[in-house]
Design a protein around this ligand. Structure first.
Ligand code: FAD
Length: 380
C-alpha cells in the first residue's frame, strides 16, 4: 500500500533546501540564466548536504536514501531553479546511477565516493546528433584492440559535457540495430582523445551545462567497461526508468513554483477595483493547475514507491514523466497568462518557469516516446 504522508527525511530535506536555495541559488539564478553560467560551486555545496549521492549507499559515501527523498530534493530545487534541479538529477540518476547499478565493486569504490561528495560531477552520453529517440542507431563506435577499446564518435546534448570529471558513455561494440551491440564505458576527463565540444545556447535550463563529447581514437582499458560487453543499451533503458522519475520530480518543482507565484500574484494584482483572483476566469485557472499538479504528484510518488520496492517501473515512470512534464508546461503557460504583461518580463519568475518547463517534455525521452512505451505495454 502506498504511503502518502511525508517521512522525516523528506521533511528534513525540504527544510534544508529551502534555506540552501535562499542563500546559494535565489540571489544569482537570473545572472546565471542570462550569461548561461554553470555554477559548479553550487554542486560542491549540494555535495556537502549529501544531495549529489542521494541514492548511493552510505558505504560508498552517499546518503542511502530512497526515491521518495530523491523526488523531494529535486522538486524543492526545481521550484526555485530548473537548471540546478536538472543538473542535480542528471548527475544522480544518470552517471552516478549507471555506475551504482552496473559497476563492479572496484568501479563503485573508485567513482561513487567522488561523485556522491560532489568532488566530481558526472555526465552520461547516450544521445548523438542524428540519434535521439532512436538511440539504438548510434554511430559512436568502440573497437577492441587487445586490452583496450578505441572510441570514435561524438555525443550531443550531454549535461556536464564540459565540466564533468567523468562520463558514462554508450558506444557501439556490435552490429547496427542489435540491442546487444552497445556497451557502456566509464571515461575520465583527461583521457587522451576525449574532448568537450560545442556548448549549446538554450531556450531554458540555461545554467545547466549542455555540450558535446568528442572521442577521437580515445583508448579505454577494458576495466572501464560497465557490466558485460553488449549490455549497454539494456542498462541505459533501466537507468532511464529511474531517470524519468527524476524528470517527473523536476516537473513537479517547476509546476509548484509556477502555481505558488500565480496564487500570490492573483491575490495582489487589482483590476476593476478588485484582486484578479476574484475573477472566476483566473481562479479556475488556478484550480486546473493545482488539480493537474496533484495528479502528477500521485503518479510520481507511485513510480517512486514501486522503484523503492524493487519492482519494474518502466510504465509507471513513463506515465509520471509524461504527465508531470506536460503539467509543468501547462502550469507555467497559465502562470504567464495570470501575470499578464508582467509575466512576459524578467521581473517575475514565471517567464523562466515557462522557458525551463519545455525541456521536461523532451529530455530523457520525449512525451511521444513515453506514449510509445505506455501503449506498447498496453497492447502487448
Ligand atoms: C537540455 C538537454 C539536456 C540533455 N541531456 C542529455 C544527457 O545528459 N545525456 C544524453 O544522452 N542526452 C541528453 N539530452 C538529449 C535528449 O535526451 C534528447 O534530446 C531526446 O531524447 C530527444 O531526442 P532528439 O532531440 O534527437 O529528438 P528526435 O528523436 O529527433 O525527435 C524529434 C521529434 O520527433 C518525435 N519522434 C521521434 N521518434 C518518434 C516516434 N517513433 N514516434 C513518434 N514521435 C517520434 C519526438 O517525440 C520529437 O517530437 C538532453 C537534451 C536537452 C535538450
Amino acid at each position: 500500500m502506498m504511503e502518502f504522508s511525508e517521512n522525516e527525511n523528506q521533511k528534513m530535506i525540504r527544510d534544508m533546501l529551502r534555506d540552501f536555495c535562499d542563500k546559494h541559488i535565489r540571489p544569482k539564478l537570473m545572472e546565471w540564466d542570462e550569461s548561461q553560467t554553470f555554477p559548479r560551486e553550487v554542486f560542491t555545496e549540494l555535495g556537502k548536504l549529501g544531495l549529489m549521492g542521494v541514492l548511493v549507499p552510505e558505504e560508498y559515501g552517499g546518503s542511502g536514501f530512497g526515491y521518495l527523498e530523491y523526488v523531494t530534493a529535486i522538486t524543492e530545487l526545481g521550484k526555485v531553479c530548473g537548471s540546478i534541479g536538472l543538473s542535480m538529477a542528471a548527475h544522480n540518476s544518470l552517471c552516478t546511477g549507471h555506475i551504482l547499478q552496473f559497476g563492479n565493486e572496484e568501479q563503485k569504490r573508485k567513482y561513487l565516493p567522488k561523485l556522491a561528495s560532489g568532488e566530481w560531477i558526472g555526465a552520461w552520453g547516450l544521445t548523438e546528433a542524428n540519434t535521439g529517440s532512436d538511440a539504438m542507431r548510434m554511430k559512436c563506435v568502440a573497437q577492441q584492440d587487445g586490452d583496450y577499446y578505441v572510441l570514435n564518435g561524438t555525443k550531443n546534448w550531454i549535461t556536464h559535457g564540459i565540466s564533468g570529471e567523468v562520463a558514462v558513455v554508450l558506444a557501439r561494440t556490435g552490429e547496427l540495430l542489435d540491442s546487444r551491440g552497445i556497451t557502456a564505458f566509464v571515461v575520465e576527463r583527461g583521457t587522451p582523445g576525449f574532448m568537450a565540444g560545442k556548448k549549446e545556447n538554450k531556450l531554458g535550463m540555461r545554467a545547466s551545462e549542455t555540450a558535446e563529447l568528442i572521442f577521437d581514437n580515445c583508448r579505454i582499458h577494458k576495466s572501464q567497461v560497465l557490466g558485460n560487453v553488449g549490455d549497454g543499451f539494456i542498462q541505459a533503458m533501466k537507468v532511464l526508468d529511474g531517470g524519468r522519475i527524476s524528470i517527473a520530480a523536476l516537473s513537479l518543482g517547476i509546476g509548484k513554483g509556477a502555481i505558488e507565484a500565480s496564487i500570490k500574484y492573483a491575490k495582489e494584482r487589482h483590476q476593476f477595483g478588485q484582486p484578479i483572483a476574484n475573477f472566476q476566469a483566473i481562479s479556475f485557472k488556478l484550480a486546473d493547475m493545482k488539480t493537474r499538479y496533484e495528479a502528477a504528484e500521485l503518479l510520481t510518488l507511485q513510480a517512486a514507491d514501486l522503484k523503492n520496492r524493487g519492482e519494474k517501473v518502466t510504465v509507471q515512470s513513463a506515465m509520471a514523466k509524461y504527465y508531470a512534464s506536460e503539467m509543468c508546461v501547462y502550469a507555467s503557460t497559465e502562470a504567464i497568462q495570470i501575470h499578464g504583461g508582467y509575466g512576459y518580463t524578467k521581473d517575475f519568475p514565471v517567464e523562466k518557469f515557462y522557458r525551463d518547463s519545455k525541456l521536461c517534455t523532451i529530455g530523457e525521452g520525449t512525451s511521444e516516446i513515453q506514449k510509445l512505451v505506455i501503449a506498447k505495454n498496453l497492447l502487448s
